[in-house]
Ligand binder design. Structure first.
Ligand code: ADE
Length: 246
C-alpha cells in the first residue's frame, strides 16, 4: 500500500518510522511518503494560510499550495488514490472504515492546521477521486496530524502480513464477525498469581468451548458497562440466549 501525507509539520509524522508501521515500511509492505506543503508555496514566507472570507477568528489554508501538491502527487502514481481529509466535521473513523481503507492500494492524507482547508479544494478533488472527510472523535485537535497517525496505524495493522498473527484482529473490539458489536474482554498472562490476584480458572481448563463462552460473556459484560449504546444499536440477532441472560 502507498500512503502520502501532505503537512506543514513533516516531523510530526516521525512516529511512522517506529513500531508496527515502521517495520511494515522496512519490509516493503508500506510505501510512506511525507511531503512538506510549504514546498508548493511560492512567496518568500512560504505562506499557506490567509484570513477567512466573511470574517471571524483564525486562518484558513489557501487553496493554491494544496492544489499544486495534490496535482503533483496524483500524477506521480498509477490509478487513483482515496484522499482522506481529517477534520472534526467529518464522518466518524470506525473499524469498518479502517477495514475498507486497508483494501485500497493508495491513500493520500491531507492534515490541516488552522481553521481548515479552503472548501474549494475538497470540491475540486471530490470531482476527480474518492475524497473522505473523516473525524477521529468528538473533540477538536490543533491539527490533523495526530488523526493521521491514528488512522494509519489502524489501517496498517490490517494489511496482510503486518501483524504477526493474522487471527489476532478477528477478536478485536469492533471487528467484523462474531464480535462485531462487542468490546474485547480482559486478558491475562503469566505469572498465575500476582499480588495475591489469580486468573479465572476457566482459562487454565484447556476447554476451548468453555473458554470461548467465557470470553464472549466477559465481552458482553464490558460492553454493557462501558458502551451500552453498542448493544442498543446492534441487531438483536447478533446475540444468543446466553448473551441475553447476562
Ligand atoms: N482535526 C482536528 N480535530 C480533529 C478530529 N477530531 N478528527 C480529525 N481531524 C481533526
Amino acid at each position: 500500500m502507498r500512503l502520502d501525507v501532505v503537512t506543514i509539520f513533516p516531523e510530526y509524522l516521525e512516529p511512522l518510522n517506529v513500531s508496527l508501521v515502521g517495520k511494515a515500511r522496512t519490509r516493503g509492505q508500506l510505501d510512506v511518503r511525507i511531503h512538506d506543503l510549504r514546498e508548493w508555496a511560492h512567496d518568500k514566507h512560504n505562506t499557506v494560510d490567509d484570513t477567512p472570507y466573511g470574517g471571524g477568528p483564525g486562518m484558513v489554508m489557501k487553496p493554491e499550495p494544496w492544489g499544486e501538491a495534490l496535482d503533483e502527487i496524483l500524477a506521480s502514481g498509477d490509478g487513483e488514490p482515496v484522499i482522506v481529509v481529517p477534520t472534526p466535521s467529518g464522518a466518524p473513523f470506525t473499524q469498518q472504515l479502517a477495514v475498507e481503507l486497508s483494501a485500497k492500494p493508495w491513500l493520500v492524507f491531507t492534515p490541516a492546521r488552522y481553521e481548515g482547508i479552503d472548501r474549494r479544494v475538497i470540491e475540486e478533488y471530490g470531482d476527480r477521486v474518492d475524497v473522505r472527510e473523516v473525524s477521529i472523535g468528538d473533540y477538536v485537535l490543533a491539527g490533523g496530524e495526530a488523526p493521521v497517525l491514528v488512522m494509519v496505524e489502524a489501517v496498517a495493522r490490517l494489511l496482510p502480513g503486518v501483524l504477526g498473527n493474522a487471527a489476532s484482529h478477528q477478536d478485536d473490539s469492533f471487528a467484523p464477525g462474531a464480535m462485531a458489536d462487542l468490546l474485547e474482554g480482559p486478558v491475562y498472562t503469566k505469572p498465575p498469581e500476582w499480588r495475591g490476584r489469580g486468573i479465572p480458572d476457566v482459562l487454565l481448563s484447556g476447554h476451548h468451548g468453555k473458554i470461548a463462552r467465557w470470553r464472549r460473556d466477559e465481552a458482553f459484560r464490558r460492553t454493557d458497562r462501558n458502551r451500552p449504546d453498542l448493544i442498543e444499536r446492534a441487531d438483536p440477532a447478533a446475540f444468543d440466549k446466553k448473551d441475553r441472560a447476562i
